[in-house]
Design a protein around this ligand. Structure first.
Ligand code: GDP
Length: 195
């Protein structure tokens, strides 16, 4: 995949604004502040193509980035406490509308903060992906922030949470030291080839 050729393509705030689906789509999902923009920028070797949020929860659109062989799709971050109920409803409609529209979704990368247990919103999102039978992988972000003892404890915790879905890839990731970047790129290549 030629990541250096990525370009911002489109932002959709409503289901009827979603661009037609032709290329396989690689989707990034996670709560706000989990490190989603940082991960996308790291993957693309860019400083700031995806916006690194100064105000968490403010990006309410689905953002599309085009690559020659696929699209990267950045879902709005969820779980920011200060967002109004109506904004949360709009988010759910948009995200469910996108994920449920029968598009060519090659893989959803569901991001989790490696330092914490998954939130209720994270677990709902994962259940939704399972219910929709969408291909997905779990990415545990900010792995550089844990020491070896904390890392082992968190890996055990996540293994317990997800013991009933054993075939889902689980990738510790750090934008700081590059852990997981190559693993993620391999998964993207495989997912696009299969879709
Ligand atoms: P988003 O809201 O999910 O897009 O999160 P951002 O990408 O804006 O990241 C939120 C904060 O976490 C920022 O201050 C980032 O610098 C920091 N961050 C993101 N990824 C990492 C990482 O891998 N390691 C460390 N140490 N900090 C990170």
């Amino acid at each position: 995949m030629k990541y250096q050729n990525a370009a911002f393509e489109f932002a959709a705030g409503r289901v009827d604004q979603l661009p037609a689906s032709a290329l396989p789509e690689i989707v990034f999902s996670g709560k706000s502040n989990v490190g989603k923009s940082t991960l996308i920028n790291k993957l693309l070797n860019r400083k700031a193509l995806a916006r690194v949020s100064s105000t968490p929860g403010k990006t309410g659109t689905i953002n599309f980035y085009s690559l020659p062989e696929c699209r990267l799709v950045d879902l709005p971050g969820y779980g920011y406490a200060k967002v109004s109920e109506s904004e949360k409803m709009r988010w759910a409609k948009l995200v469910e509308g996108y994920l449920g529209a029968g598009r060519r979704i090659a893989c959803v990368f569901q991001l989790l903060d490696m330092r914490h247990p998954p939130t209720q919103d994270d677990l709902h999102m994962i259940q939704f992906l399972l219910d929709q039978e969408l291909p997905f992988a779990l990415v545990a972000t900010k792995s550089d922030k844990l020491n070896q003892t904390q890392r082992a404890a968190q890996l055990n915790l996540f293994a317990e949470y997800f013991q009933e879905i054993p075939d889902i890839p689980f990738i510790p990731f750090s934008a700081q030291n590059g852990e997981g970047v190559e693993a993620l790129r391999r998964l993207i290549d495989d997912a696009c080839a299969k879709s």
